[in-house]
Design a protein around this ligand. Structure first.
Ligand SMILES: [Zn+2]
Length: 436
């Protein structure tokens, strides 16, 4: 969807109070100027969704709260849905998120048609967890001043509507429709937990016997890409900067060692590593992904203004445009050592407590008829270990710009187009197999 449409949708939603035509049952709707011709009742909207199996599935998925760690219910729902449609479903247990040991069991859902005797070769995969907070499902009309109303423009909102339950619903329908016309197609569906918190679900799948990777030749990842094929995404590296000093009375700072004084030059240096050339000690850029960027997202230090701080630390996320995490670590290490060499308090880097690190991920874009783009967000792509000759695609409905926001939403048109897009990718994979 065009970004402007989302802005319009957001404006409609936030402008509800000021609507000149308040309609008690249509709190989230932009009410057109001639309601009798240009608007649906809430009942009418609900019927449009109920009449479509695809949109009904999407609605059911979004209605189930599934914030990372709490994916039991949505997993069971997806498993039953696919079992009822002639799939063998494996509910693969994934250990609980730390600190949430008392929540119900989380499952990756892996489904292949019952008729198969061999593992599938084409996998469609996405994630069933969402970021917080839960936002209820809604259907609403696009703008308050539209002169025509096409049901395809209706907006489906709620947490996960885009990221990634839009992809999940579209992948399921693309698979069902393909199998309908071509029961021989070797398709598998994999819906994982925990994508939003580092990919623990995909890692469990990847390391399990379900990852029959010698059989796989195409993996289609579903994430919001605005229906473009993604040529790749940046790599990732996280680290902590820690400074250890000695506390003292602030009136006699020379009696202590300030952890803050020591960490500041380190962080100032870290902060610009994406902007300076590699010859000057910076992190590499690439024509494909642009500059490497760093975000110092958290800083904590000290206990009171009259105490010389003995401890300080910061959390940093790096989005790598080129090179490997190991190369980046070396560059960062050297930069920080240089920046703090005159400091009294000790400054150290910790690359281990941030588990996730991977180089830029290059993906395939060799199917005609798609826009091609790159993205700055991370996905489960690096968490699934595949053979080097496997084709990997990243594609899905909706925009990343709304994915984690309060106005997360997509249109009916977008979700339907995504079914067609996934089918096209499946088709291309099948053709490749035939040629082998
Ligand atoms: Zn996602």
């Amino acid at each position: 969807m065009k970004f402007s449409s989302y802005l319009a949708a957001a404006a409609v939603m936030s402008g509800v109070q000021a609507s000149p035509h308040p309609a008690p049952q249509q709190q989230l709707l932009g009410v057109p100027s001639t309601p009798s011709q240009l608007s649906y009742s809430q009942g009418g909207l609900d019927d449009i969704i109920s009449d479509s199996p695809l949109l009904s599935l999407h609605r059911a998925l979004v209605k189930i709260e599934s914030i990372s760690g709490d994916e039991h219910d949505v997993g069971v729902f997806v498993a039953e849905y696919l079992e009822a449609r002639n799939f063998n479903v494996v509910k693969q247990e994934v250990p609980p998120v730390k600190g949430q040991e008392d929540t119900k069991t989380r499952y990756n859902i892996y489904a292949v048609p019952r008729s198969y005797t061999e593992p599938p070769s084409i996998i469609l995969t996405s994630h069933i967890d969402t970021v917080p907070p839960f936002i209820p499902y809604s259907v609403h009309q696009p703008t308050a001043d539209s002169t025509t109303l096409d049901p395809e423009d209706l907006i489906l909102g709620g947490r996960g509507s885009v990221d990634a339950k839009g992809s999940v619903a579209a992948q399921i329908f693309a698979t069902l429709e393909t199998l309908d016309s071509n029961p021989e197609a070797k398709l598998g569906l994999l819906f994982v937990v925990g994508e939003e918190i580092g990919g623990d679900g995909m890692k469990v799948f990847s390391n399990s016997t379900l990852n029959t990777k010698d059989a796989f030749n195409t993996i289609i990842f579903g994430e919001p890409t605005e229906a473009a094929l993604v040529a790749g995404h940046k790599g990732m590296l996280g680290f902590k900067v820690l400074a250890h000093g000695n506390a003292a009375h602030s009136g006699y700072p020379w009696l202590g060692k300030s952890a803050v004084s020591a960490i500041l030059p380190a962080l100032s240096r870290v902060d610009v590593l994406g902007d300076i050339p590699t010859e000057e000690g910076g992190l590499p850029a690439s024509p494909k992904y642009g500059p490497t960027t760093l975000n110092i997202g958290v800083i904590r230090a000290g206990v009171a203004t009259n105490v010389v701080p003995s401890e300080a630390w910061a959390d940093v996320a790096v989005r790598l445009a080129a090179g490997t995490p190991a190369e980046a670590r070396e560059i960062i290490q050297r930069a920080v050592e240089e920046a703090v060499k005159d400091q009294q308090a000790e400054v150290v880097l910790d690359f281990d407590s941030h588990g996730e690190s991977y180089p830029p991920q290059d993906l395939d874009v060799d199917v005609d008829g798609f826009n091609v783009t790159t993205v700055n967000y991370g996905t489960d792509v690096p968490n699934l270990d595949v053979n080097p000759d496997v084709k990997r695609y990243l594609y899905g409905p909706g925009s990343i710009f709304v994915a984690h926001g309060d106005n997360e939403a997509l249109t009916i048109r977008q979700i339907k187009e995504a079914v067609a897009g996934y089918k096209k990718l499946i088709e291309a994979a099948l053709e490749r197999e035939e040629k082998k």
